[in-house]
Write a new protein. Structure first.
Length: 213
């Protein structure tokens, strides 16, 4: 039997401060939730290895914005070579929904798919987080029609209500994003990353095999 193919995907996780980005990554990568941890210090990403199918292994490198949200936009270096992204907002804070379009525009302005993949927009999934709090009477659930419209208008490939606390929809959202990247990969073949991008990915991979936090 032949060796499984391995893909390494850099995924951005952005959104306003306190929306739950770090909690979502911790839940997805380590399957833990704790409300009193200190913000990420110095470590910017986590690695999740997924046996997607008998033939395919996906190494997902999740980049956490780690306290730099106050700048409102990120440098190109942070976005470089990303193939997908999550934009996170908080169901209990309406203002974070306004942040969503700002983050999406920032992504679209600063990163695109590799030339070999047609160079279009990277796939971005919108996460409306803290659904457990809505179930407890805080904030309110989204209006699905409005969310569909928002996605259509701003080019999100899909939205999910999530909870890092209850572990709701995080695997589903990640699967959806991975699938959309794999579909592009299968259409176009593996991208020919520039040498420095490859090195950047490989170095961060080697340094952070244990994940974030
Ligand atoms: P950030 O990385 O986007 O800044 P964090 O956000 O992951 O640090 O989360 C901010 C606060 O929201 C944290 O609370 C965290 O526990 C809480 N939180 C994150 N996701 C969820 C969720 O799905 N449900 C609930 N109920 N809380 C969540 P503290 O109290 O530590 O500031
Ligand atoms: Mg954080």
């Amino acid at each position: 039997m032949s060796e499984p193919r391995e893909y390494l995907y850099k995924i951005l996780v952005v959104g306003d401060l306190g929306t739950g980005k770090t909690s979502i990554i911790r839940r997805y990568v380590h399957n833990i939730f704790s409300s009193n941890y200190k913000s990420t210090i110095g470590v910017d990403f986590a690695l999740k290895v997924i046996q997607w199918s008998p033939e395919i292994i996906v190494r997902l490198q999740l980049w956490d914005i780690a306290g730099q949200e106050r700048f409102g936009n990120m440098t190109r270096v942070y976005y470089k070579a990303a193939l997908g992204a999550f934009v996170v907002c908080d169901l209990t804070r309406q203002s974070t929904f306004e942040g969503v379009t700002k983050w999406k525009d920032d992504i679209d302005a600063k990163v695109s798919l590799p030339e070999a993949w047609g160079g279009g927009r990277i796939p971005v999934v919108l996460l409306a987080n803290k659904s457990d709090l809505v179930n407890d009477g805080h904030g309110q659930h989204v209006n699905p029609a409005e969310m569909d419209e928002l996605c259509e208008k701003h080019g999100f490939i899909k939205w999910f209500e999530t909870s890092a606390k209850d572990n709701t929809n995080i695997d589903e959202a990640a699967k959806f994003l991975i699938k959309s990247i794999l579909d592009i990969e299968e259409q176009h073949g593996s991208p020919d990353l520039e040498e420095d991008e490859r090195i950047q990915l490989e170095e961060s991979n080697a340094n952070n095999s244990g994940g974030c936090c």
